[in-house]
Write a protein that binds this ligand. Structure first.
Ligand code: FAD
Ligand code: EPU
Length: 293
């Protein structure tokens, strides 16, 4: 009997991950599972452990590069309605980890709640943004977070308060859990002002970052007190093409998929960027995107 039989429609085999990443790259996941709710997620984690199957949780796939041969384990995506609830309180909002940041920001705007506008233009889910501590230069999602609910690999649910989540630049300790939801501080503000801020940020992004081709945003982290984009640009790499992948003409830390890029093309381009920056500036760039093997 298949180990996943009890999960019914929630499990697919050999699902191409290029369908689920913003780079539109990635071979198949051996198992691709979208649990219905927390109970089914709990059952799933138990089955994965018992059958010794390794797994990744996938959000919007906007910060991952999946290898062309795919992932020989399970990919768990919290995409069912049970993981997409948004609850507003008097000065807080609780968002399920499957809620996209776009929907969360729209919901806050509609309710007249301010505090998360700085996330405008980041195409992830709440869960992915928490794990990555997503943000901009001035602010990151941790700055607005009160607490996060997680399930550990044994299926136990617990609440982690902000200071225990070990947030730092594009990092947290949440990766070792399955994030279920986050509770954020918000405050009332006229909707007109919320919209104005979001419009400004969106316009800035469209002037400075590449939204015309599939990408995963910045591929490298910024070195302390500098910008990887500036360094790669100074090496003259904008527009360089390997296979179907190119260094964006707009922002040198973005690699774009011009149509038929493979993960191998992206990895070769990343190596070139890293090598040139090292040679010219003696700075070692480290990837921001997560490479799934
Ligand atoms: P994924 O890419 O799916 O996953 C990222 C990591 O989180 C993986 O380790 C995954 O296993 C884990 N994960 C996801 N969900 C869960 C969960 N529920 N529980 C446990 N683990 C989970 N990032 C920024 O920080 N700032 C920016 O300004 C920014 N701009 C971007 C612009 C563009 C055009 C693009 C394409 C990307 C940009 N990004 C930016 C990168 C990316 O959008 C963020 O890192 C985002 O938060 C990732 O969310 P996701 O849901 O796509 O996560
Ligand atoms: N620059 C260049 N050439 C380029 C890109 C940038 O010279 O091709 C210069 C800019 O002119 C500017 C400096 O580098 O003087 C910084 O550029 P920018 O303001 O665009 O910010 P960044 O450091 O490149 C960071 C984050 C972005 C985030 C923005 C906005 C990282 C790796 N990148 O970019 O996050 O949106 O700030 O605050 O931290 C992401 O993480 O995926 C991401 C897009």
């Amino acid at each position: 009997m298949n180990w996943y039989k009890g999960l019914g429609q929630s499990c697919k085999c050999r699902e191409p991950l290029k369908r689920h990443t913003t780079l539109k790259i990635g071979g198949p996941a051996r198992f691709f599972i979208e649990p219905r709710d927390r109970d089914q997620l709990q059952e799933l984690l138990r089955l994965l452990r018992r059958n010794k199957i390794s797994f990744h949780v996938l959000g919007m796939g906007s910060n991952v590069l999946v290898r062309d041969r795919g992932f020989n384990g399970a990919v768990v995506r919290l995409h069912a309605p049970g993981f997409k609830k948004i609850t507003f309180g008097s000065n807080y909002v609780i968002a399920g980890s499957g809620v996209s940041l776009v929907r969360l920001l729209l919901g806050c705007y509609q309710e007249g709640f301010s505090g998360l506008e700085f996330l405008t233009g980041i195409p992830g889910t709440t869960g992915g943004a928490l794990v990555m501590n997503a943000g901009i230069k001035e602010k990151c999602i941790a700055d607005a977070l009160e607490s996060v609910t997680v399930m550990d690999k044994n299926g136990s649910i617990k609440t982690i308060v902000n200071k225990d989540a070990r947030f730092s630049y594009r990092s947290s300790c949440l990766k070792k859990f399955v994030v279920l939801d986050g509770r954020f501080r918000v405050r009332r503000r006229p909707r007109l002002l919320i919209k104005k801020r979001m419009d400004e940020l969106r316009a800035w992004r469209h002037r400075n970052q590449d939204y015309s081709f599939p990408s995963a945003g910045c591929v490298f982290k910024n070195p302390v007190n500098d910008s990887a984009g500036r360094l790669i640009d100074a090496c003259g790499l904008k527009g360089v093409i390997i296979g179907g992948a190119a260094v964006s003409l707009l922002h040198a830390n973005f690699i774009v998929n011009r149509g038929k890029a493979s993960a191998a093309d992206v990895l070769k381009l990343m190596l070139l960027m890293k090598t040139q920056v090292k040679r010219r500036f003696s700075i070692t760039l480290t990837p921001e995107i997560e490479i799934w093997r």
